[in-house]
Design a protein around this ligand. Structure first.
Ligand code: FEO
Length: 399
């Protein structure tokens, strides 16, 4: 008996993906609850596999397919996204299944050839193209840079089902295959964490895509992403959350992010926190270590301010702070105000370096860096407190 069963989503579509219960690091993003690599089988006249799975999970995929049909009966394969977690076993699956046709976007065909040296024709599809599966129709929408140049959505018209590749996904390994079977707070946390760590840099494109779907009036009843459970109820909620996260409107919340050697930078962070709090701002204090870079990304998603500080070590900020700031810079958060701070012994470069990272993130700086030599005295702590009050006042005026 196979332990790998498919799950029916609609009359013709089955989930046939794989569950990765143990993965905890997804290219730098900590995946505390594991993940899934979703693939879908459409039992149409032309049997179609949408996406594959990460290479080590190929047998799990084929075992689930085999519960429904002999994999050799698959006529078409559609690759919505060429990143390895969805295409890592594509070449082997093509060799085993020998499908009549393999479809991908124009950039997808190129990327798949470059990744896997696939020695057969791949058929490019463009934005708005449709293919007939006999009794059903699959339509394609290019979603370039959401989040790779090759990315596209596939839409099964007759069942109003959107295969959304990475979008609307989450890293969550569960026995349940539908969102509405899972605790809402877990869904909200994991969906937001995924957005913050994967999709945040592409927020402007997401707003454009949401507008396009809305304007076209495309009816969607199910969203089947490439990670995590499937959305089949109250789709308006996740669509409006995506719009909110993409817009990143200012909020009255500040993240105070710091790393400290001998508690001097920490004392400064505490004084800033007091200023923010007494000004009426919600504050999330985050010291690196207890908090991972992907936790910080999650908190930044709905923050209006980022105040960051580090002690100086060997003429530099502390290495873990550089790690987190480099990561955040790549995520390109918007609409933040903030400032840098930090303690030092004799050279004192760290606060300026932190400020450079904030500037590169286009954080609207509320002041020059606040520094403390060795241990902050009352004057420095007052300056930190006043910095917190000033940022709080500015946030209060914006929201
Ligand atoms: Fe889940 Fe961009 O791959």
């Amino acid at each position: 008996m196979s332990v790998f069963k498919p799950v029916k989503l609609t009359e013709h579509v089955y989930w046939v993906g794989a569950i990765d219960w143990t993965i905890r690091d997804f290219h730098g993003y900590t995946t505390k609850r594991g993940s899934t690599y979703n693939a879908y089988l459409i039992l149409a006249d032309k049997i179609t596999l949408v996406d594959t799975v990460k290479a080590p999970f190929r047998e799990e995929l084929l075992a689930r397919v085999s519960e429904l049909v002999d994999p050799k009966r698959i006529d078409y394969i559609v690759s919505n996204h060429s990143e390895m977690d969805h295409s890592g076993c594509l070449r082997e699956v093509i060799e085993e299944v020998r499908p009549e046709k393999v479809f991908a976007s124009v950039m997808g065909c190129k990327a798949l050839k470059e990744h896997f040296r696939i020695d057969r024709e791949l058929i490019p599809v463009k934005d708005g193209d449709e293919i007939s599966l006999g009794n059903l129709t699959l339509a394609f929408t290019e979603t370039r840079m959401l989040h790779w140049p090759d990315s596209m959505f596939s839409y099964l018209k007759e069942e109003k089902l959107l295969f959304s590749q990475d979008a609307f996904g989450m890293h969550l390994a569960t026995s349940e295959r539908f969102i509405d079977e899972i605790d809402q707070s877990v869904v909200d946390y994991e969906a937001a964490t995924y957005y913050a760590n994967i999709l945040l840099p592409y927020s402007q494109l997401i707003i454009g895509l949401l507008d396009k779907v809305e304007k076209a009036g495309i009816p969607i009843e199910i969203i089947a992403p490439d990670h995590g459970p499937v959305w089949r109820r109250d789709l308006g909620r996740i669509l409006s959350l995506y719009r909110k996260w993409a817009e990143q409107k200012p909020t009255n919340k500040a993240v105070v992010l710091y790393q400290t050697m001998w508690h001097s930078t920490e004392l400064m962070a505490q004084a800033i926190q007091e200023g923010l709090r007494e000004g009426g701002t919600n504050v999330k204090m985050m010291t690196i270590g207890p908090f991972h870079r992907s936790d910080v990304a999650y908190e930044i998603l709905d923050a209006g301010a980022l105040v960051a500080g580090s002690s100086t070590l060997n003429n530099n900020m502390l290495p873990a702070m550089a790690d987190v700031l480099t990561y955040l810079k790549g995520l390109k958060p918007k609409n933040l105000i903030g400032a840098a701070f930090g303690s030092y012994g004799w050279s004192g470069e760290s606060a300026g370096q932190v400020q450079e990272h904030l500037s590169a993130m286009k954080v609207d700086l509320a002041s020059e860096p606040v520094k403390a030599k060795y241990v902050p005295d009352d004057e420095v702590l007052k300056a930190c407190y006043e910095l917190g009050r000033a940022i709080s006042a500015r946030l209060g005026a914006m929201v």
